[in-house]
Write a protein that binds this ligand. Sequence first.
Ligand SMILES: Cc1ncc(COP(=O)(O)O)c(C=O)c1O
Length: 471
Amino acid sequence: MNRFETIANNLAEQIRAGQIPVGTKLPSLRQIIAQYGVSQSTGFRAYYLLEQWGLVRAEERSGYFVTPGAAINAVSAEKPVEAPKKVDISDLVFSVLESTRHPDIVPLGSAFPSPKLFPSARLLKSLVAGTRSLTPWSTVEDLPGSDQLRQQIRLRYVATGFAVAPEEIIVTSGALEALNLCLMAVTRPGDVVAVESPGFYAALQAIERLDLRAVEIPVDPVSGLDLDALRDALEQHPIRACWFMPNFQNPTGTSLTVEKKRKLVEMLREKQVPLIEDDVYQELHFSRERPLPAKAFDTEGLVMHCSSFSKTLAPGYRIGWATAGRYADKVRRLKLMTTLSACIPAQAGVADYLEHGGYDKHLRSLRSSLHVQLEQMETALHKWLPSSVRWTRPDGGYMLWLQLAQSVRAMELHALASERGISIAPGPMFSARHAFQNCVRLNFGHPWEARFENAIASLAEILDDPEVHEC
Ligand SMILES: Cc1ncc(COP(=O)(O)O)c(C=O)c1O
């Protein structure tokens, strides 16, 4: 065991035994250095490890404090979850996201594609045109949402091959708000929600915030969500809602077949459990056809389909939507009660763009860029990384889920990569149990440049460092 791990383990034992109670400030880094006779970086890494275990939280300029979740996190990350559990993921997610924010950092851990791939100038033209067509009254009358935009969104469903009623569509501030409102509409504190494992960390954060409990359903990087495990979970637990991504799942990139989507909807229909469907990458498919969402098989309004223009057009405009089936009224009310409306000028701009801006042409070019970038990323991965590293080629989106050697600890890899100016998204971010210690998610949504190739080469070097491997 390394020195920093010994220190972290000592402190963890005391925290778990209650000898260092929740809320207590831990000794300063300087004290740790003096007490154990170690370097500053060893002391820092010990605290970093405690933070990644969710036992402590760093407070700016104050030091490290024992988190309220310390008792829950005493469960080993490798133990399978047998019962629904409370979630404590935000500290870990925020600490990782914080380290990826600097503009000079190589954004392999980012959740967005490069803004260079978006038609900003054309969209600006639509923003001007759309805003010009607003009357002073429409900025008030269009609250809570623009009919023109909802009509455009409805047409995209028609083009995908099925119809939704315009009243079902609620415009939101990005998909994240849509997903959160849908979750709020169908749960109460203490309820159990089924999520994917690995899955999008924002689902875990929403569950944590709303004081719900999560049951993790395994996702296979090739075949996707394990429907047998879901069936068992539905038998065993009072699941109130599911939050899944049937298309280009984050972080694995995998999609369910049409047959599995149909089965999923049928299984949930039998139990009358609502599905919150996150479909933000639907338009980023590499095959000819836009994949159907699970919503296409919903006959009872149980599926709440959520998406946005953040991954395809304009993340900063924050325009998303929920097509919320039988829960639409409830979601609409929640929207009114929380933020009233998404920004009216941004809605007008996006609606104008969808009507006149050539969205489908832009999407064709975006998809083709992402596809090429995937090839470039894969070439670099084959060139630099050990042959033991595994990934499944996604058929859309811009994420690659890498499974590294079993001994690799992704949080260590992340820490050392950050020191070299490279962000990656470590596996434990995508699990309520902080599992997937040997996995990382890489973003290939940026036009390929030498710095990406260099970053992959650096990751290979770091992987040679014994410190990233469990002894
Ligand atoms: C899987 C997934 N769902 C939803 C969102 C949120 O999208 P938006 O930016 O539209 O709120 C993200 C953004 O990172 C995402 O990756």
